[in-house]
Ligand binder design. Structure first.
Ligand code: ADP
Ligand code: MG
Length: 275
């Protein structure tokens, strides 16, 4: 396997979609592992109180573990919460504990409530961890935690499930992204759309794929993630599918998707200048 290109500038991607169960966490951890296994240094920030990304990356997230919650409160530095994942070398994770469930409410009365994560993700803090990519796994809502992720990142990666109602709610997500760009983060843009849980046996999956590609054009990765039992089994073993079954179609599709992301760069466009 070839290495993946390290970005010239560090890339921060928020993985967002307010629908639950569309593959945000699965995509975050497997893309992160695919990049890391190919020599790129990656930090995953688990911003969902469920802590599913922490689990999949083999990272402790019991109550009392230093986590993203204390980072948002400004009680600890990012590096104090970041731990090495067992999933791959070059892969770090800031876990989420159940404490984070209260943060959505607690943040409301805080100073700079939308900027707490950004304030923690300073260039110095990320230099200290020496990471090329930061991937932020969002909860299934458009609340303050997701807003914090959108303010802290430059890029948004939207996973879309190849299912009924795939595009429902997407307009609301896109208008929230527009609002954040207008008021809080001028750099924010949707760089990447990833089609997940594609079932080639159904006509519907193809219809959704066509519809999404028509709507969003080249922002949509060519690689589509198939529905695969291996992908859904892996978290039960606190593993990514890349470790659980590296030869499976699910694992290979995440490697392909990661390579596309790495090769396209932050604009979400395929480079035509040969660089
Ligand atoms: P979200 O983070 O958006 O809520 P998850 O990544 O947790 O979604 O995925 C929801 C469920 O679907 C999980 O049980 C996960 O294991 C399963 N899943 C995700 N991607 C796939 C896939 N490609 N094939 C089969 N199951 C998948
Ligand atoms: Mg999730």
């Amino acid at each position: 396997r070839h290495g993946m290109p390290r970005p010239v500038h560090r890339r921060l991607l928020t993985v967002a979609n307010q629908k639950g169960g569309v593959g945000k966490t699965t995509s975050t951890v497997n893309l992160a592992a695919a990049l890391a296994m190919h020599g790129v240094r990656v930090l995953v920030i688990d911003l969902d109180p469920q802590g599913n990304a922490s689990t999949a990356l083999g990272v402790e997230h019991r109550l009392g573990t230093p986590s993203v919650y204390e980072v948002l409160l400004g009680e600890i530095r990012l590096a104090e919460a970041a731990v090495e994942s067992t999933a791959s070398p070059n892969l770090l994770c800031v876990p989420a504990t159940i404490d984070l469930a209260g943060a959505e409410i607690e943040l409301v009365s805080m100073v700079a409530r939308e900027q707490r994560l950004k304030q923690a993700l300073t260039p110095d803090a990320l230099d200290e961890l020496d990471v090329d990519y930061v991937l932020i796994d969002c909860p299934p809502s458009l609340g303050l935690l997701t807003v914090n992720a959108l303010v802290a990142a430059d890029e948004v990666l939207i996973p879309i499930q190849c299912e009924y109602y795939a595009l429902e709610g997407l307009g609301q997500l896109l208008s929230n992204i527009d609002l954040v760009r207008a008021h809080l983060n001028t750099d924010l843009h949707v760089s990447t759309i990833l089609l997940t849980m594609y079932d080639g046996r159904t006509k519907l999956a193809d219809q959704v794929t066509t519809e999404v590609r028509t709507h969003f054009g080249p922002t949509v990765l060519r690689t589509v993630i198939p529905r695969s039992v291996k992908v859904s089994e892996a978290p039960g073993y606190s593993q990514t599918v890349l470790a659980y079954d590296p030869g499976s179609r699910g694992a290979m599709s995440y490697v392909d998707a990661a390579r596309e992301i790495a090769e396209r760069g932050a604009s979400g466009r395929i480079r035509t200048d040969g660089r």
